[in-house]
Design a protein around this ligand. Structure first.
Ligand code: ZN
Length: 144
């Protein structure tokens, strides 16, 4: 199954904590959520203990509305970790959600085209389920 992953196994694994745990649990179910303030409705990512808009501590997680589009990208050619020696080049994307206060998430682009990646292109999430202990799910992106 590992050959379906964008990047090889052997990279540091994400560790969910009490702050971003709901995000990782949702990803494991194939759902994409982000933090939203229950007091003022502001979206924010990454997760924080306080709303950066109204300073409420009443924060939850909800499915992100609207479309995801590529805000920026890069194609690393030099490995930043030993297991990436054979994986370069790959494409890292910064994905923006205009309908969720412009929050942005980082991921990798699955099956990237040659050359430039179109800024503003619509993308959809791809859920990479990694087995093992602990199991975890990475959210990657595919041009829609
Ligand atoms: Zn708020």
């Amino acid at each position: 199954m590992s050959d379906s992953f964008v990047l090889p196994e052997g990279l540091p694994k994400p560790i969910a904590d009490d702050l971003d745990g709901p995000y990782w649990a949702a990803a494991a179910r194939g759902e994409l959520v982000a933090q939203r303030c229950s007091a003022c409705g502001t979206w924010q990512w990454t997760a924080e203990y306080i709303c950066h808009q109204c300073h409420s501590f009443d924060l939850g997680f909800e499915p992100i509305p609207g479309e995801a589009r590529i805000f920026s990208w890069q194609r690393p050619h030099h490995p930043v970790h030993p297991v990436l020696v054979e994986a370069c080049p790959y494409v890292v994307v910064l994905v923006e959600f205009a309908d969720a206060d412009g929050i942005r998430m980082v991921g990798n682009l699955v099956d990237p085209p040659e050359g430039d990646i179109p800024i503003g292109a619509k993308v959809e999430p791809v859920f990479e389920h990694h087995e093992g202990e602990p199991a975890y799910t990475l959210v990657q992106w595919r041009l829609a």
